[in-house]
Design a protein around this ligand. Structure first.
Ligand SMILES: CC(=O)N[C@H]1[C@@H](OP(=O)(O)OP(=O)(O)OC[C@H]2O[C@@H](n3ccc(=O)[nH]c3=O)[C@H](O)[C@@H]2O)O[C@H](CO)[C@@H](O)[C@@H]1O[C@H](C)C(=O)N[C@@H](C)C(=O)N[C@H](CCC(=O)O)C(=O)O
Ligand SMILES: Nc1ncnc2c1ncn2[C@@H]1O[C@H](COP(=O)(O)OP(=O)(O)OP(=O)(O)O)[C@@H](O)[C@H]1O
Length: 513
């Protein structure tokens, strides 16, 4: 099943004229909408199903109304669009009822919420936002809620989970029509909570319109996405927008950085704060220590309340991720004692998050090899700092940078890599339409400017990873940052199949580990 087809299996039809009455809308053309029933909503003509309202959005590249014929062919019964969209439909002589709305992208979520009967109580939404760690924390929230005996659906960059079914994701946070449809299907299968990863792009595209977050967690904030947002402040405001009373009931905020403290100052929803420093004045503070499998952590809260457990992922940041998940669930209504018992019974967080500092090597006599999804300067710093102590030999870092995405972060990525690792190998990572050699050149120049690590260039990511693993010795740690769970590279010539996880396994096999 593809993500495009996640729909409720038993939709209860709604009457289009009631939708118009609900939102104060009128059909713009002659066609009679009386008695017309709708069962779904789509913003993409390619995803249209029979019985859908096609919400035609004026996009950055195209106007959705240009694709109305495809939506009609698939069985769409009406279109909701702006005046420009109506003009396109009329110009093309198409015969379908059209409802004219001012801002189709904003209206999309509200219409979808009405058609799919989105109910903030079923499932309740627990969201995670931040520059790094959203996917991980979303998995941890879902894991903990399930340990508490409650069925939890999930939406992340990696996959959507509905009941027992998983579907690979396209976007981190889906378009609002897809999200409402996903929630409707979760309700059908009995998921009472949905853990969802909320990107800053969500605010740009009103992807949570018509939904209400029960709890939203702010994990951290650092340099990323300055191509899509005018500057850091706009990127921050997109995240802060989730902390409005109209968007969320309550929140959790990590105040380890100044941005977290700003969220606390500027939000009008009740928030529970957390920090890694006991003197930060947070409601909860977290101490952590390394274990064989990851980290152990103790959370100290008000009135001497405590939660202690482990997470099978390395690094102090993993303890903070676990703490944010615990506090999200606590804000959702569970007591620390219930959470403690659930974690004790489960033996801590297993944290099975594909491609997030995933340990691929299994032979303890050989080098340790990790595949990671880090692609920001701070993610590099966290991963390298977490694994540095495990390297009794060399710390070898294989990485590249996204093409057609925030070019400004590249120098910091190169510098951080070369200031913590012993050897860095710069390769391609999703160059998209950019010249890969010029992306590598920026990273190499930044890495060499540090004058510490050995810096090499191997353009092909597969060759780079295989070389690093073939040359690694016992005691060395190899990290491949970037590809994480992905199964393809995005290049100018199109998508090229590539899995770093598979390559790492193969190379370890070949090296006899
Ligand atoms: C910036 C942004 O949010 N862009 C999104 C936006 O694009 P757009 O407005 O340009 O849409 P368009 O391509 O002009 O099309 C206009 C309308 O026509 C429809 N259409 C278009 C073509 C067609 O053949 N048929 C059709 O029906 C489209 O569905 C759309 O409704 O609407 C499109 C469809 O609804 C999205 O796919 C697209 O996301 C693009 C692909 C994207 O890559 N976004 C990334 C940056 C993103 O959102 N990333 C974040 C997370 C990042 C992170 O944290 O790492 C995410 O949440 O995934
Ligand atoms: N709390 C954290 N602080 C800093 N770095 C982190 C944190 N959690 C995870 N990371 C790093 O970021 C990488 C990506 O993690 P994850 O996929 O959970 O983040 P994300 O916010 O979902 O990323 P994306 O926005 O790209 O989907 C990890 O593999 C790890 O290297």
């Amino acid at each position: 099943m593809s993500e495009d087809s996640i729909r409720p299996h038993h939709p209860v039809p709604r009457v289009l004229s009631e939708l118009c009455a609900e939102f104060g809308l009128e059909a713009a053309n002659e066609a009679d909408i009386e008695g017309l029933e709708v069962t779904g909503v789509t913003s993409s003509a390619q995803r249209a199903h029979a019985g859908d309202v096609f919400v035609a959005i004026p996009g950055v590249r195209r106007h959705g109304a240009e694709f109305t014929d495809q939506a009609i062919e698939a069985g769409a019964v009406a279109v909701a669009t702006d005046a420009a969209g109506l003009a396109i439909i009329e110009r093309n002589g198409l015969d379908i009822p059209v409802i004219v709305i001012d801002d189709p992208r904003y209206a999309l979520g509200h219409i979808a919420g009405w058609v799919y009967r989105t109910d903030p109580e079923a499932p309740r939404l627990f969201g995670a936002t931040g520059t790094n760690g959203k996917t991980t924390v979303t998995y941890l929230i879902a894991e903990l809620v399930e340990h508490l005996g409650v069925s939890c659906g999930m939406s992340t960059t990696v996959e959507r989970l509905v009941g027992q079914e998983t579907i690979a994701s396209q976007l981190t946070t889906p378009e609002s029509d897809q999200l409402h449809s996903l929630l409707a299907r979760m309700r059908e299968v009995g998921d009472r909570v949905a853990a969802i990863e909320v990107s800053a792009h969500t605010s740009l595209g009103h992807r949570l319109a018509g939904m209400y977050l029960d709890v939203i967690s702010f994990l951290n904030f650092s340099h990323d996405h300055l191509d899509d947002f005018r500057d850091e402040e706009h990127y921050f405001q997109a995240k802060l927008a989730m902390f409005r009373p109209e968007a969320a009931r309550c929140g959790v905020v990590n105040i380890d950085d100044d941005w977290g403290r700003r969220v606390v100052e500027e939000t009008r929803i009740p928030v529970m704060t957390v920090a890694s420093n006991p003197d930060a004045g947070a409601d909860w503070w977290v101490e952590s220590w390394g274990t064989d499998a990851g980290v152990g952590f103790s959370m100290h809260g008000p009135e001497d309340r405590e939660v202690h457990s482990t997470i099978a992922m390395p690094g102090a940041f993993s303890a903070m991720n676990a703490a944010c998940a615990v506090l999200t669930v606590m804000q959702g209504g569970w007591e620390p004692e219930q959470i403690q018992e659930a974690l004790d019974t489960a033996g801590g967080f297993a944290a099975r998050v594909p491609g997030r500092l995933e340990l691929v090597s299994t032979d303890e006599r050989g080098p340790r090899v990790y595949v990671d999804y880090g692609h920001t300067p701070e993610a590099f710093r966290s991963a390298l700092t977490a694994l540095r102590p495990l390297a009794t030999g060399e710390l070898i870092f294989v990485f590249g940078a996204d093409g057609d995405r925030d070019t400004l972060k590249r120098p910091a990525m190169g510098q951080i890599a070369a200031s913590i690792a012993d050897r860095v190998i710069v390769c391609d990572y999703n160059p998209r339409t950019e010249d890969p050699a010029s992306i590598r050149a920026t990273l190499l120049e930044a890495a060499r400017s540090v004058g510490k690590a050995r810096v090499e260039e191997i353009a092909d990511p597969e060759t780079a990873l295989r070389t690093a693993i073939a040359q690694a010795k016992p005691g060395d740690v190899v990290i491949n940052a970037g590809p994480g769970h992905e199964d393809a590279q995005h290049r100018a010539e199109g998508k090229v199949a590539y899995s770093a996880l598979k390559t790492a396994r193969l190379a370890l096999d070949e090296a006899g580990w």
